[in-house]
Design a protein around this ligand. Sequence first.
Ligand SMILES: NC(=O)c1ccc[n+]([C@@H]2O[C@H](COP(=O)([O-])OP(=O)(O)OC[C@H]3O[C@@H](n4cnc5c(N)ncnc54)[C@H](OP(=O)(O)O)[C@@H]3O)[C@@H](O)[C@H]2O)c1
Length: 313
Amino acid sequence: MKYRKLGWSDLHVSEISLGSWLTYGVGVEADAARACLDRAFELGINFIDTANIYGRGAAETFLGEALAARPRDSYILATKLFFPMTERDRGLSAAQVEKQLDASLKRLRTDFVDLYQCHRYDDQTPLEETMRALTRAVESGKARYIGFSEWPADKIRAALDIPGVARFASSQPQYSLLWRDPEREVIPLCAANGISQIVWSPLGQGVLTGKYRPDAPPPAGSRATSEEMGGWMDRLLARPVLEAVERLKPLAAEAGLSLAQFALAWVLREPNVASAIIGASRPSQVEENAAASGAEVDPALFEEAERIVAEAR
Ligand SMILES: NC(=O)c1ccc[n+]([C@@H]2O[C@H](COP(=O)([O-])OP(=O)(O)OC[C@H]3O[C@@H](n4cnc5c(N)ncnc54)[C@H](OP(=O)(O)O)[C@@H]3O)[C@@H](O)[C@H]2O)c1
């Protein structure tokens, strides 16, 4: 496993990290979830991403329990706030930052998170109020660094312009061969300001493993077949997307990689990406995906892959 510096921070995160949306505490049963986490640590993954909203606290509760026996300095832990935890508890007000961070720490059974992220931008709260609250979270030692997820470029810029507040170290956008939006504005802006990307759904929720075929039903046991986990895949399972993914398979084979590894190596070719946050429902997936770290791929194969996907749009 290789590691990359997270923005201007002193955190060195594994190029492949493990997330917990839909999976841990929700759609993947606890033994399998623990096995994934154990395998991840064995393979050198040191970075775990979660959020208060995942399973409305259930993912954090699972992680708190599963991580309890490990030395706190042996892993880097990131969580987030914004989405509604109750009818009233939502957004990025000062009161919510304080309340949600304390609740996350309690579930995670720790005194601090390494990275506290704003899950989305909150139009209902003045940005300065949020930034001052995040600054207090850092000063209190409860959050070592702060980040955001899916903030528009103008809001990122506005936050950077506020004097005397904690500086963002990370940005968490969706990014994959199937979703390249961050390349337009967010990546250049962040690269110029010491902010790294830690990217979500780098495998397009599993579509970029090639296991969903255009002419066959989704394989048994896959996310697309799961009542709890399969609700966010429509765009990804569209026929032109699946046909394009079929055409990527020979390119991955030429690179000597599985398609999942090829897709992760593509994400990691971007120097502003510090880590690809994968999901995993079984340890063998963690193994396959972790092996993408350090893979060297002829850029011509990546260019061909980009051309194939662009044609499918
Ligand atoms: N900030 C945000 O708004 C946001 C949004 C979404 C996610 N995230 C973060 O990003 C993380 C990753 O998102 P994601 O789960 O969508 O990522 P992903 O890595 O694109 O998809 C993960 C899923 O694909 C399947 N898979 C993974 N590796 C595989 C392999 N080698 N072979 C076959 N199938 C494989 C598994 O599902 P099955 O085995 O069930 O098919 C797995 O759960 C989340 O856990 C979360 O931490 C953040």
